[in-house]
Design a protein around this ligand. Structure first.
Ligand code: HEC
Ligand code: HEC
Length: 293
C-alpha cells in the first residue's frame, strides 16, 4: 500500500473506508435505537391470529458483537497498513518482515559461512556434509543442463567431470564461469571454406593435427589461416576465449566426422548462464570444491 501511484488513490481508499464505516454505524444504531411504533396500522396483515409485521431489534448480544468487531477494525487500521498509504502505528510490512528473516538467517549461519569461506578447497572436499550439500545444490541449479553427476548432456552441455575445461580448470577460472557465465563464439566457416574446405579441415583435425605428418595434410594451410589464432598451433585450445582443445579426443558437440564438419560449417555458440545473483559466495565456493573433487 505504501507504493500507491499517487496520493489521490490513497485518499480515495481512506474516504471509501470511512464512509462505509460511518454508514455501517448508522445502520446498526438505527436498528437498535429507532423508537418502535406501538400502534398497529389497521390494514397490516395478521397471521395465525396474533403474528404481525414488526421491527423488533435483534438480541442485544448481537449489538455487542458488532461493536466489538468495529473496535477491532478501527484498532487494526490504526496499527497495521490498510488505510490507503497509511503505514500503521506499528510500521509493520511484509518487506521488513522478510528483511528481518534474512538478517536472522545471516546471523544464524554467519559462523558456518565464515568457516567455509576461510577453508581451503581440500578441507571442504574432506567434509562429507559439505560435499552432500554441494551435490544437492548442483542437482537443483545445474543438472538440468550439465546432466546427472555433471556428466554432460545431449552433445550441448559439457561434462564437468572430464579433463577438458574449455574456460580453464583453475578454481578462479571455474568461479568466473559460474559467477559471470560464459558465451562461446565460434562463427560459421561454410562461406570461407566451402564444402571441400570444411571436409579437408575436418579431416585434418581428426587425422593430421598433432601428428608427425600434419605438414603434408591438405587441410593444414586452411587450419593455420582460419583456426590457429583461436585453437592454437597444435590444436591445444585457448581458455581465455573458451576455444576447446581439438586433439584430446574430448568433444562437446561430438567427435564423428559429421559432427565436426557440422561444428565448422555452421559454428557453435554455447552459453553458460551467470549465477552471481542466484547463488551466494558460500554456495559458489562449495560448488567449485565439488567440481574439483
Ligand atoms: C541453461 C543451461 C546451463 C545451466 C543451468 C548451467 N550451465 Fe554451465 N554451461 C552451460 C553451457 C552450454 C556451457 C558451455 C559453454 C561453452 O560452450 O563454452 C557451460 C559451461 C560451464 C562451465 C565451464 C566448463 C569448461 O569446460 O570450462 C562450468 C564450470 C559450468 N558450466 C558450471 C555450471 C554450474 C556450477 C552450474 C550450476 C550453478 C551451471 N553450469 C549451470 C550451460 C548451463
Ligand atoms: C574466434 C575464435 C575461433 C576461431 C577463429 C575458430 N574457432 Fe572453433 N571454436 C571456438 C570456440 C570459442 C568454440 C567453442 C564453442 C562452444 O563451446 O559453443 C569452438 C568450437 C570448435 C569445435 C567444436 C569442438 C567440440 O568440442 O565439439 C570445432 C570442431 C572447431 N571449433 C573447429 C574450428 C575450426 C576447424 C576452425 C577454423 C576453420 C575454427 N574452429 C575457428 C573458437 C574459434
Amino acid at each position: 500500500m505504501a507504493d500507491m501511484p499517487n496520493d489521490f488513490w490513497s485518499g480515495w481508499i481512506v474516504l471509501l473506508t470511512a464512509v462505509s464505516f460511518i454508514g455501517l454505524i448508522w445502520l446498526v444504531l438505527s436498528v437498535y435505537f429507532t423508537p418502535q411504533s406501538e400502534t398497529q396500522a389497521s390494514d397490516e396483515p395478521v397471521w395465525d391470529g396474533d403474528i404481525r409485521e414488526g421491527n423488533t431489534a435483534p438480541p442485544l448480544w448481537w449489538f455487542w458483537l458488532i461493536l466489538a468487531t468495529m473496535v477491532f477494525s478501527v484498532s487494526y487500521l490504526m496499527l497495521y497498513p490498510g488505510l490507503g498509504s497509511f503505514s500503521g502505528a506499528l510500521r509493520w510490512s511484509m518487506g521488513h518482515e522478510l528483511q528481518q528473516n534474512k538478517r536472522d538467517y545471516a546471523t544464524k549461519f554467519s559462523t558456518i559461512s565464515e568457516d567455509i569461506i576461510a577453508s581451503s578447497l581440500a578441507d571442504l572436499q574432506a567434509r562429507p556434509e559439505v560435499m552432500k550439500t554441494a551435490g544437492n545444490l548442483f542437482n537443483q541449479n545445474c543438472a538440468a543442463c550439465h546432466g546427472y553427476e555433471a556428466q554432460g548432456q545431449a552433445s550441448l552441455f559439457p561434462s564437468l567431470r572430464d579433463d577438458e575445461w574449455q574456460w580453464g580448470d583453475a578454481p578462479e577460472q571455474i568461479e568466473t564461469s559460474i559467477r559471470h557465465g560464459r558465451k562461446a563464439v565460434m562463427m560459421s566457416w561454410q562461406t570461407a571454406l566451402k564444402d571441400e574446405g570444411v571436409e579437408n579441415v575436418s579431416d585434418y583435425i581428426l587425422n593430421g593435427l598433432g601428428t608427425s605428418d600434419s605438414a603434408s595434410h591438405a587441410g593444414q594451410a586452411q587450419y593455420n589461416l582460419f583456426c590457429m589464432a583461436c585453437h592454437g598451433e597444435k590444436g591445444e585450445g585457448n581458455p581465455l576465449i573458451g576455444a576447446p582443445n581439438l586433439i584430446n579426443d574430448i568433444w562437446l558437440y561430438g567427435g564423428s566426422m559429421a559432427a565436426i564438419s557440422e561444428s565448422i560449417a555452421h559454428g557453435r555458440q554455447g552459453e553458460m548462464p551467470a549465477y552471481d545473483t542466484r547463488l551466494d559466495d558460500v554456495q559458489i565456493k562449495i560448488l567449485i570444491a565439488w567440481l574439483k573433487k
